[in-house]
Design a protein around this ligand. Sequence first.
Ligand code: AMP
Length: 422
Amino acid sequence: MTGRVAIGIDLGTTYSCVAAWFDKHNRVKIIPNQQGNNITPSCVAWNGTQVLVGEAAKNQITRNPTNTIVDVKRLMGARFGDGVVKKDIESRPFKVVEGPGEKLVIVFEHESKEKKYSPEEISSLILRNLKEAAEVFLGTTVTDAVITVPAYFNDNQRQATLDAGVLAGLNVKRLISEPTSAAIAYGLDKSADVKRPKEKNVLIFDLGGGTFDVSLLRIDDTGTVTVKAVGGDTYLGGENFDRLMVNHCVEMFKKKEKKDVSGNARTMMRLKIACEKAKRDLSSTTQIPIEVDCLFEGIDLSMKFSRAKFEEINVGFFNMCIKHVENCLRDGNMHKKDVDDVVIVGGSTRIPKVQQMLMEYFDGKPLCKSINADEAVAYGAAVLAANLNGYGNKKVKDLMLKDVTPLSLGIKVNIDGDGGRE
Ligand code: AMP
């Protein structure tokens, strides 16, 4: 490696991922966490004595919901008085109060002890966890990083992400939008053997755990990436599908055992964990048993869930995804025939029905999915990170990233460490 090592981080709503360019293998490597997994839950908890991050935090969520925070990304750069944020806070099991300057303060309480965090501080704990995983894996100190943010993030949200990076001890070389990062990940593959056409339109379909983002990018012959339109729903994702599965299980249990478990938070959380796992399995199999010992009042849950049932209960959400694609194309003044590539990212795009509907919408166009759905964004960030530090794949050395988001025109989109835009 000629330059100083730099990592790419996808700081996601439900999961985060870190990657780095490997000169030795001439490609990006996704860095596993301490547990050996390539993605880490964006989750932080306090158990009264210890602050837990990632899998350790997620694993104790049913026992300690009021001191466990997930989805902190939604609170980044927010003001206490913001309408949407207020609604969001109300639905959370943990306490959020107003701090100076209308800032949010997350309060963990254990017995009579209290711990207060800003959303940036919570995010910084996740970033530090990823940084440390990278240091262990790479066997060197890591400070330089590229962090991804949603294309629609405003100035405050971008600044909060940058602040989180600094708190984590990172030198944030650049913030880059998630769709642009995914496009870089795939652009790399293509530029290796295909002559770049004059201009390329790429649609990024990103369906994660809690959010759905659709973005339309134009990449010109110099490699300049311009975000033409963004759309989606910040409250649509895998969790919606889990919830409908849980509701279905609750109804089945009610029918069979004459017991209503919906009022018991712990039971509902255990059901959610079982359903989420079953949902993942249903992407590769057509029927799955859901079994939870002693679910409620000593009674076990044992039932079968079919892929057909899963698709039937979620068809409304899947249709909404396609509607958002249509709207995004309309906002970008583009016809679906003008789209050269459709890239899918986000764990929920593994759902076969989602892929099928998207492919049908684009009249059978094959989807770009050779890079793992939940790793593509970090992958692209790692390519850019290596590039900014003067190493990595020479083919992307000339990438000029404009990354202009129509929604935030007029604000400085590329807040990077060395200032200014490339
Ligand atoms: P992300 O935020 O991109 O990491 O995506 C996380 C979401 O993807 C969660 O809701 C997961 O349950 C979902 N997910 C991951 N793998 C699969 C799969 N094989 N099938 C369906 N959903 C999945």
